[in-house]
Design a protein around this ligand. Structure first.
Ligand code: ATP
Ligand code: MG
Length: 423
């Protein structure tokens, strides 16, 4: 039918296998975060539009072009969240979360950007984000990088799969001096810039370095780099981080062109980039944002964090995760009305005693032949079969569907113990 309603372009359904591998991926990452003693927070999907304008910056791709913003019925301007740092800072200031014992947080959920949909770039995508507050030193930068590296490890990604790129954006003073020279440089090459870059030349010149247009990139390849403008303290911070990474045997490349697409970053910025994902190669990105809390109305608080794009990470790790997929362990075959309630009750007992087993009940009746066919097709390891005889004797028949164990009939009470031994 031609007029069926379809999902929105760039917003996707997850089929069961995809949802299951995504859930496995998330579970593995959350386990890592627990091992570093980070705590989960949850914030709303919708926020006031101004929150993102003020934090991400008015002259950025996200705010200028990618936001899903709308006026609600009360006349307030709201937006679907395009990223998680702004909301975390807002919630942190509002709820007093920034100055307690352990301001190290993580969150996971859907984010929204109205970008041109393509592989690795969606209009609804998922991020796992990590944010820390009150820690100004390079030690926390190193910890964030360690966490992200452990993410790749627990997913079984080979080391060469993702490369760490590192840069320092310095502090306000360094950026002001750099901005001056950058504007000079870009003005000399203005004719080669595209419309976007020309517009930003005077509003937000650093964003020109972030352009995805190859022609603009050719020009900016020669532009002054922020690294040459760092003050002494910023240099020390960056050097100390590199020394830590060396000690921890984490390899990295310094990329002086890495500026990130959001305005709030300063000092350390980093990205983990894969060559296996085509143009959308950045899987994880983050850095420090020491001024943002104050800028948003809170007490001055240094901060650092990162976010992982889960769809991109999933496409790198999917093959490994698929090998762990398991859907059904046991299929219950019930012949006759008495057997249905009997096997259902038995299944409840097994679920109580062995909650890790996935047990599927045959529903809708059918002959032994058709039920066994379903059992075979679903991939279960065992079929448990009950008919009138089994019900009368309080027994159950076990058929091994994958191995070559002979079929056996055991007492109902012995079953759970037997399954426990085998699992
Ligand atoms: P890109 O340069 O690829 O547009 P970005 O700098 O806009 O990325 P961030 O805001 O840093 O991205 O978001 C962190 C991560 O979230 C990205 O590295 C990426 O993995 C993922 N991500 C960002 N936008 C999208 C999107 N539209 N679809 C899927 N994943 C995305
Ligand atoms: Mg982007």
């Amino acid at each position: 039918m031609g007029n069926n309603i379809q999902s929105i372009r760039g917003m996707h359904d997850f089929a069961p296998a995809e949802a299951q591998t995504m859930r496995m991926l998330e579970t593995k990452l959350i386990r890592v975060l627990n091992s570093y003693a980070y705590q989960e927070i949850r914030t709303p999907v919708v926020e006031k539009l101004d929150l993102f304008k003020r934090s991400i910056g008015e002259v950025t791709d996200i705010v200028e072009k990618e936001m899903y913003a709308f006026e609600d019925r009360g006349g307030d301007w709201l937006a679907l969240r395009p990223e998680g740092t702004a909301s975390t800072v807002r919630a942190g200031i509002q709820n007093g979360w920034l100055h307690n014992q352990q301001p190290r947080y993580w969150y996971l959920g859907p984010y929204f950007r109205r970008e041109r949909p393509q592989k690795g770039r969606y209009r609804q995508f998922h991020q796992l984000g990590v944010e820390t507050f009150g820690l100004a030193g390079p030690d926390i930068d190193a910890e964030l990088i360690l966490i992200s590296q452990r993410f790749w490890q627990v997913l079984g990604l080979p080391r060469h799969c993702l490369q760490l790129q590192l840069n320092s954006l310095g502090d306000a003073d360094a950026r002001a001096r750099h901005r001056h020279d950058l504007v000079d440089f870009l003005s000399q090459h203005e004719t080669g810039l595209d419309e976007d870059a020309r517009k930003r030349l005077h509003t937000n010149p650093l964003r020109v370095l972030d352009s995805k247009n190859p022609q603009v990139q050719d020009i900016t390849a020669q532009a002054p780099v922020l690294l040459d403008y760092l003050g002494e303290q910023e240099q020390e911070h960056f050097a100390a981080l590199q020394a830590s990474l060396d000690t921890l045997h984490i390899s990295y490349q310094i990329n002086p062109r890495l500026v990130r697409g959001l305005d709030y970053y300063n000092r350390t910025v980093f990205e983990w980039v894969s060559t296996e994902l085509g143009a959308q190669g950045t899987v994880c990105a983050g850095g420090r944002y020491d001024q943002l809390v104050e800028q948003m109305g809170g007490r001055a608080t240094p901060a650092a964090g990162f976010a992982v794009g889960l769809e991109r990470l999933h496409s790198l790790a999917e093959k490994n995760l698929l090998t762990e997929i398991k859907v059904i362990d046991i299929y219950l075959v019930a012949l006759g009305d008495n057997a249905v309630a009997y096997t259902m009750e038995l299944a409840e007992q097994i679920r109580t005693e062995l909650p890790n087993l996935a047990i599927q009940m045959n529903c809708g009746g059918g002959s032994i032949k058709s039920q066994m066919k379903r059992a075979d097709r679903c991939g279960a390891r065992l079929a448990l079969i009950a008919g009138d005889d089994e019900v009368a004797q309080q027994q159950i028949t076990i058929k091994d569907l994958l191995g070559d164990q002979p079929q056996r009939t055991v007492s109902k009470d012995a079953l759970v113990e037997l399954l426990k031994v085998e699992n």
